[in-house]
Write a protein that binds this ligand. Structure first.
Ligand code: ADP
Ligand code: LRH
Length: 494
């Protein structure tokens, strides 16, 4: 066991995992100590986090480290953005947090935008308009007279909440705070004016920790229960996308990335948020990052669509692995149909094959019928949408990128990586797959002085994990496909 052993918990939509990180001879070694499901639970038509089970799994991860004789120096948690829980005045969690894919936010964004112009919200936050942002979830709760709001005294984002269970200390963390669309990156604080306009309590929101700040230590009751020492718990980039981008093994200061998991997040890292009219019009976001950077990026629906197809096929009795789906897609015929992955049809959980059929019908296309044809339509359409968003990123940032860094579990889909290179006509550099967890580890090491800064961390990540290069092929064919894709989907071409 080394002096540099740190533990990262990364709670993704496809699973949660505990990754042990260790520095050996100037390189990072990782080991997955624990992996566990993170399935939302539907109750009475509402979709919830299974938050206490996740807390239980975090404790299991700590126990596994203990049983392996590992003396952890610290730990940290990251997860997806926008979701939150409320503490009551007794300091206890009120209810199970809602999952952002719950339908209770339907119409909430439109309703808020009738009261507050989009330009005002964007000028104060720089955050893209997504119907499930915390701001709209809160407004939906407000309109429904939710007891959460009448009894809640403190709002904690999911990693804030789990960190609170571990340490007894309630803080908000910066990267996640920005995703609420209630945080002002120009003042570096919660936006009191937006809170006032929406009649939300300023006192729900606490002091904001930056990634790398010490958040607390395991509290006595936890140490006693598990029989472990009181290790430090750090605030890292607790927004998983923030951690994923921290782990991009870039050498150049200005680079394009695609964090490829349940969501596809594509953009570039900037020193200052880009909050002009064009950014708002293209619905780009400026999420807080590590080392005082921002992520100028756009959400793309991502592999969620194939995940949900797979779930549907499973319900029908067809059990298919991701590698099988990739193989079947490869055998199907090319460019048979296109979808816009970001059509709102695909946001809620449900029967995706039927929704794809519905989309094709609506747009006058032949419906892909077989599993392979459906999977191919999804992967090709994602690759084509990546080209679109990469071009927007270049236009907005005034940069030309030599290639695209891909991180996240989706890079195990080599067909998607190759098609992405083909669609964008540039090299793709894929790795590491556990981007978020590795970014989480890296920020802990920066905090402890093992790395001087994020750039040293990125260099070590590059030297520690394989990065696979994909050269673009079939340029002409993919360009023709792009033209067809733009026409069918009706997305405005740049
Ligand atoms: P998240 O962190 O959002 O839960 P991940 O980054 O773990 O997601 O990525 C999960 C996705 O990666 C899956 O939806 C799947 O599409 C893809 N994936 C994972 N493993 C493989 C594999 N062996 N082959 C192809 N695709 C894979
Ligand atoms: C990716 C992610 C993304 C958010 C979404 C809710 O996991 O955090 O950055 O927009 O989930």
């Amino acid at each position: 066991s080394g002096a540099s052993d740190v533990l990262a918990f990364d709670l993704g939509a496809s699973s949660g995992r505990a990754l042990l990180g260790r520095l050996v001879d100037g390189k990072i070694e990782v080991e997955e100590l624990h992996r566990f499901p993170n399935d939302p639970v539907q109750v009475g038509g509402r979709l919830h986090w299974d938050i206490l089970r996740l807390y239980h799994e975090i404790k299991q991860g700590l126990l596994k480290a203990k049983h392996r004789g590992i003396a952890l120096k610290s730990m940290a948690i990251d997860s997806w953005a926008v979701d939150f829980g409320f503490l009551g005045k007794d300091g206890e969690l009120i209810g199970n947090p809602y999952h952002y894919r719950d339908r209770h936010t339907e119409g909430a964004m439109e309703s808020v935008l009738e009261r507050i112009p989009a330009t005002v919200i964007f000028a104060r936050t720089g955050i893209q308009f997504l119907p499930f942002n915390t701001i709209y979830q809160l407004d939906a709760l407000k309109q429904a007279n939710s007891p959460l709001l009448s009894n809640g005294v403190r709002l904690l984002m999911i990693p804030d909440l789990l960190r609170y269970f571990l340490t007894g200390k309630a803080h908000n963390e910066f990267t996640n705070a920005t995703t609420t669309q209630l945080f002002n990156p120009l003042t570096g604080d919660w936006d009191v004016e937006l809170l006032r306009l929406l009649d939300l309590e300023r006192s729900w929101f606490g002091d904001v920790l930056k990634p790398g700040q010490l958040a607390g230590r395991l509290q006595p009751s936890v140490c006693e229960e598990l029989g472990v020492p009181s290790i430090p718990v750090y605030a890292v980039a607790e927004h998983d996308t923030g951690s994923a981008v921290a782990a991009v093994p870039a050498t150049e200061k200005s680079f394009a990335y695609l964090s490829c998991g349940t969501w596809s997040l594509m953009g570039t890292e900037v020193d200052k948020p880009v909050m002009n009219e064009l950014a708002q019009k293209l619905n780009f976001t400026n999420e807080g990052g590590v080392a005082d950077t921002f992520r100028l990026l756009k959400n793309i629906m991502g592999l969620w669509i194939i995940q949900e197809c797979r779930r549907e096929w499973e319900r029908e009795g067809k059990s298919l692995s991701f590698p099988e789906l990739v193989r079947m897609a490869n055998e199907a015929s090319p460019f048979a149909a296109f979808i816009d992955p970001d059509d709102e049809l695909f946001l809620p959980p449900g029967d995706m094959p039927s929704r794809i059929a519905e989309y094709c019908l609506r747009t006058g296309q032949q419906t892909p019928e077989t599993v392979g044809a459906i999977a191919r339509t999804i992967f090709e359409s994602l690759a084509l949408k990546y080209r679109y968003v990469l071009e927007l990123t270049e236009r907005l940032s005034g940069q030309r990128f030599g290639g695209l860094h891909m991180v996240g579990g989706g890079i195990q889909n080599e067909l998607l990586c190759q098609w992405t290179a083909n669609a964008i006509g540039k090299q793709v550099w894929a790795g590491p797959a556990e981007g978020s967890a590795i970014g989480n580890l890296a920020v802990q090491w920066i905090a402890q002085g093992d790395f001087a800064d994020i750039w040293e961390a990125r260099r070590v990540i590059r030297e520690s994990f394989p990065v696979k290069t994909y050269d673009p092929e079939d340029g002409q064919r993919w360009h023709e496909a792009y033209v067809a894709f733009v026409k069918v989907t009706g997305i405005v071409s740049v």
